[in-house]
Ligand binder design. Structure first.
Ligand code: PLP
Length: 438
């Protein structure tokens, strides 16, 4: 199958929706191109004018099992016909217990885990942040520049991705200290590659801890194993183990935000497994329920010892979303994680081949099906070319390939984990044509 564009874009029906949307829907949303969803199946989506696109976004890393996987649709329908809601924080239902057990089993840490259910990534992180403070009684949080942890006030205070996300919202939650991220492609202050890990670790211990954040006052460091919104940046392989050791020296919690990188996307169930670190708290959302809203904070049993009433959520752990999550994990364990690794390698190698042909493709990086293509003005200086990236993303849309941007200059590839070799090849072919034409 290939994309099929039968109308001008946007087509007549799409145009009408977009016009009404402009009048009534919040203008804070960031739409990169005028795609109006009609329906989806697997890696394919049709707009409401019947044009067919190959979806390399998975609705921003959410539809893990592809659009409307028949098994997911079946369990959702079955659960919906039994009950839609019963408030898992006030009553019990078996599937909530089952999913908590399953997450405890698959999260790094040998089952010694308890789970708090939420509806989204930001809520999962709020739970993790509150738990860290509750448990340690310490006020300070550490996070990275370019990190994205969400948009509610707590998680936004940790987010340091783009100024527009914070502008006019101050004051934030106090006592957050940001640390330069060890980005191997654009290292902070030009630190040489071989010194990147040690320089940042040393900076935390000998500057941050000795000046603005005494370690006895630091509750937690929250990290994304691979920076997502910041541009799909993978830190050096020895970085997280060394950071973990440093944090343990001072009894500081390691919170692993797997909202974007988790649930099999990187070729392992959780991205932190690539680094061999066992986090104290791990958060998930996005891909966990194949498109239904669900988030979870998974913490060490001894850590998640807060008293009844100290945190809760009416909708968190919705039974329909939980049914979808149980099935999603089953599908992940039965081949999709493996497929993410295999197809990810194919896609990354293909993109690396394309990189050789175009000077403005500065970097191709990522793990599994979390791949970033960095568009630059100059390969030497690595200066980001945001405008060209945006044009590429738009031109891909016009050619029937849905991709999105990340960071300042990255084309983000985050397809569903059901993607096939044939679909990867179609995507690569269109992408190369677009780069030629631009
Ligand atoms: N954490 C990470 C790493 C994310 O990528 C995101 C969303 O992009 C969030 C948290 C926030 O998730 P949500 O939009 O579901 O609140």
């Amino acid at each position: 199958m290939r994309p099929e564009i039968k109308t001008e874009l946007p087509g007549p029906k799409a145009r009408e929706v977009i016009e009404r949307d402009g009048r009534y829907v919040s203008p804070a949303y960031t739409r990169s191109y005028p795609f109006v969803m009609g329906r989806g199946q697997g890696s394919w989506v049709w707009d409401i004018d019947g044009n067919r696109f190959l979806d390399m976004t998975a609705g921003i890393a959410v539809t893990t099992t592809g659009h409307s996987h028949p098994e997911i649709v079946r369990v959702i329908s079955e659960q919906a016909s039994k009950f839609l809601h019963m408030a898992g924080a006030d009553f019990y239902y078996e599937n909530q217990t089952l999913l908590a057990e399953k997450l405890a089993e698959i999260a790094p840490g040998a089952k010694n885990r308890r789970v708090f259910f939420a509806n989204s990534g930001t809520e999962a992180n709020e739970a993790a942040l509150k738990l860290a403070r509750y448990h340690t009684k310490r006020p300070i949080y550490l996070a990275f520049y370019r990190a994205f942890h969400g948009r509610s006030f707590g998680s936004l205070s940790l987010t340091a991705s783009k100024a527009v996300q914070r502008r006019y919202y101050a004051p934030m939650v106090p006592q957050v200290v940001h640390i330069p991220f060890p980005d191997p492609y654009r290292p902070p202050f030009g630190i040489p590659a071989e010194k990147l890990t040690d320089t940042i670790i040393d900076f935390i211990e000998n500057t941050v801890f000795k000046t603005v954040a005494p370690p006895e006052d630091v509750a937690a460091f929250i990290v994304e194993p691979i920076q997502g919104e910041g541009g799909y940046v993978v830190p050096p392989s020895d970085f997280y183990p060394k950071l973990y050791d440093l944090l343990k020296k001072y009894d500081i919690l390691f919170i692993d935000d797997e909202v974007q990188a988790g649930m099999g996307r990187t070729g392992k169930m959780f991205a932190i497994e690539h680094f061999g670190v066992i986090p104290d708290v791990l958060t998930v959302a996005k891909g966990i329920a194949s498109g239904l809203p669900l988030g979870a904070a998974i913490a060490k049993t001894s850590l998640m010892n807060w008293e009844p009433g100290s945190h809760s959520s009416t909708f968190g752990g919705n039974p329909v979303a939980i049914a979808a999550a149980l099935k999603t994990i089953e599908l992940l364990e039965n081949g999709l994680v493996e497929n993410a690794e295999k197809m990810g390698n194919l896609l990354k190698n293909g993109l690396k081949e394309i990189q050789k042909k175009f000077e403005f493709v500065g970097d191709v990086r990522g793990l599994g099906l979390m791949i970033g293509v960095d568009i630059v003005k100059d390969r030497e200086t690595r200066e980001p070319d945001t405008k060209l990236r945006d044009r590429i993303v738009y031109r891909c849309f016009e050619k029937g390939l849905l991709v999105l941007g990340a960071g300042e200059s990255v084309v983000r590839w985050s397809p569903s984990l059901v993607i096939t070799e044939e679909e990867v090849n179609v995507a690569l072919e269109i992408f190369e044509d677009v780069l030629k034409s631009i």
